[in-house]
Design a protein around this ligand. Structure first.
Ligand code: ADP
Ligand code: MG
Length: 250
């Protein structure tokens, strides 16, 4: 579902991604861990084309992102084509980014109606199902400001799912939450993984990673230091830097 080959990214003179290569199979959950500033968010943003990459390539579902081959050369895609490539990729951020002037239900139906051109009835029925799936059937009419952080994050997940994604990217989805609200969000993500969704999750929740991930990647300073099963990376890490990071997080 994802294949990244030697991805590089600079911000000015700051070389943030120094050749990231990884693969995620369909239905697999990849958890990405690593210290702050190691390039985890930037990598996710490259996959979702919120950032352009400077070198290397990323394929999503077999399709090269951002470029097409014509006359034996690579040409940058138009904004419309990029928007179409981004559509099947759902993203959930640390901050929930809900529209504050819309109810939970309105937040969830907005994309399907405007972008997918679903009828209001279809979108509404499906949104209610999704809100039920994330445990918020009774909050359809609530405005974000009246919801807890954990509830807002679950609305954000429902909103992403409403776009019928084939791939979900999560960037520290529980980092901004009070500890007692983390469990409900992780439970929704666990269900989603069990349903077969392909997911990339940047997280410091090592318990979640151990339990749900098929693959764990440890990143540091723009590089993949270590990749393997949760047991290999989280329990028996091969690299000193991974050990140091894990002992600091635990
Ligand atoms: P992580 O998510 O692992 O904490 P980030 O991907 O957010 O790391 O950041 C990696 C590096 O890239 C940091 O040094 C950060 O300051 C820099 N960076 C991230 N986004 C930008 C940006 N839009 N402009 C300039 N520098 C950025
Ligand atoms: Mg980050």
């Amino acid at each position: 579902m994802i294949k990244a080959v030697d991805v590089h990214k600079h911000f000015g003179s700051n070389h943030v991604l120094k050749g990231i290569s990884l693969e995620v199979a369909a239905g697999e959950v990849l958890c990405v861990i690593g210290p702050s500033g190691s390039g985890k968010s930037t990598f996710l943003r490259c996959v979702n084309q919120l950032e352009t990459i400077d070198d290397g390539a990323v394929w999503v579902d077999g399709e090269l992102i951002g470029y097409e081959e014509r006359d034996g050369r690579l040409h940058q895609l138009s904004d419309a084509r990029i928007a179409r490539q981004r559509r099947p990729i759902g993203m959930v951020f640390q901050r929930f980014n809900l529209f504050p002037h819309m109810t939970a239900l309105e937040n969830v139906v907005e994309g399907p109606i405007r972008v997918l051109r679903e009828s209001r009835d279809t979108a509404r029925t499906r949104a209610l199902e999704l809100l039920e799936r994330v445990g918020l059937a009774d909050k359809a009419g609530a405005y974000p400001s009246t919801l807890s952080g954990g509830q807002q994050q679950r609305v954000a997940i429902a909103r992403a799912l409403a776009m019928r994604p084939r791939l979900m990217l999560f960037d520290e989805p529980t980092s901004a939450l009070d500890p007692e609200l983390v469990g409900d969000v992780l439970a929704v993500m666990r269900d989603l993984a069990a349903s077969g969704m392909t997911m990339v999750v940047v997280t410091h929740e090592l318990g979640f990673a151990k339990e749900v991930a098929n693959q764990v990647v440890f990143m540091d300073e723009g590089r993949v230091i270590e990749t393997g099963t949760p047991d290999q990376v989280l329990v028996n890490p091969a690299h000193e830097r991974t050990k140091t990071f894990l002992s600091a997080v635990l």
